[in-house]
Design a protein around this ligand. Structure first.
Ligand code: ZN
Length: 346
């Protein structure tokens, strides 16, 4: 079978679509005939190489995917050949203090398929049973393959960790990215008034279509100034900032007194200057969030499957053109998810 492979760490030239041996499902595993997957920034980080993440090469990337159950290993009860499934990449130990508390994404041994473990951007992938979610008939493969990571992550960040509620004001930075476009829809669903930033008129229109009341072009104006102007100098209750170093100070400046900044990533870098004075004087909260619990994922995906939330696809590429997909993410071109499909399925 064919699989996307990283031959080492580095630029997009380490990406290949190569012939590899088809995996067999081990005990507790399900073999999935992959119909679609999606790229996430974590794929880019894994390709560039993360300190302390010692992968063996060639490495199969891919956190997001969906397809049909081809075969099951021993002791599988929830799934049978022919079932439609989507993949969740989080793998937890089940026994540490945090797993026992019901917080698997805080697991001391937390790992992701595709980042620390072999991923699913291949014609077939062997996946632990607990990492699969049923996909109803009628949901297309691009939606099923691109929804889990960004909608699960954004749901936990906004609803569980951030406690976003009706009547609040929420600013979502980088609304054209996967997590950003999910966060706009989730905040709107929660009854908040949504402010979104983007870098082109097309991206701002797309954000408005998904529920943003105010869309701000951050390349043409200072978004924090604009937010303060739109809120009569008050600021917003919540800022969703997965951009990081480039936006952090302006995120703090956009918040009302007592506001919360939610972060699940830092695509422009993790070490910004910060204003401690602003944090204590305005009594701000900085709230981190990563991934989701299975229950949080189920809740978010239920709303994707029933059409309440839309997965926007910026481009669908054959897996043999994965390098082009990485370039799209790195250049911030387009709105929504880059979907990858095995060449044999096109
Ligand atoms: Zn654990």
């Amino acid at each position: 079978m064919k699989a996307v492979q990283f031959t080492g760490t580095g630029g997009t030239d380490v990406i290949e679509y190569a012939e590899v041996e088809r995996p067999e499902p081990g005990p507790g595993e399900v073999l999935v005939d992959v119909k679609a997957g999606a790229l996430n920034h974590v794929d880019v980080w894994a390709r560039r190489g993360l300190p302390g993440n010692d992968l063996s090469y060639p490495h199969t990337p891919g956190c997001d995917g969906a397809g049909v159950v081809e075969a099951v290993g021993e002791a599988i009860e929830r799934f049978a050949p022919g079932d439609r499934v989507a993949v969740w990449p989080g793998v937890s130990c089940g026994t540490c203090e945090f797993c026992r508390r019901g917080e698997p994404s805080m697991c001391v041994e937390y790992a992701l398929l595709g980042e620390h473990l072999p991923g699913v951007h291949a014609e077939y992938a062997a996946v632990p049973e607990e990492n699969l979610v049923p996909v109803p008939d009628g949901v297309d493969w691009a939606t099923a393959g691109a929804a889990p990571l960004v909608f699960g992550t954004a749901w936990r960040m906004l609803i569980e960790r951030g406690d976003v509620s009706a009547g609040e004001t929420v600013l979502v930075l980088g609304a054209s990215g996967g997590v950003g476009h999910a966060a706009v829809q989730i905040a709107d669903h929660a009854g908040a008034t949504v402010f979104a930033t983007g870098s082109s008129e097309a991206k701002l229109d797309a954000a408005r279509d998904l529920g943003a009341e105010h869309a701000i072009d951050y390349e043409r104006e200072d978004f924090a100034d604009r937010v303060r102007e739109l809120t009569d100098r008050r600021g917003v209750d919540v800022v969703v900032d997965h951009v990081g170093a480039a936006t952090w100070q302006d995120s703090l400046r956009s918040l009302a007194k007592g506001g919360r900044v939610l972060t699940c990533g830092a695509t422009t870098g993790p070490n910004p200057e910060t204003s401690i004075g602003r944090i204590f004087w305005n009594q701000l909260q900085v709230i981190g969030s990563t991934m989701a619990s299975p229950g949080e994922l189920d809740r978010a995906l239920e709303l994707v499957w029933n059409g309440e939330f839309e997965v926007e696809v910026r481009e669908t590429l054959p897996m043999s053109e994965t390098a082009r997909g990485h370039e799209l993410l790195e250049s911030r071109e387009g709105f929504g998810k880059v979907v990858l499909v095995p060449d044999s399925e096109l």
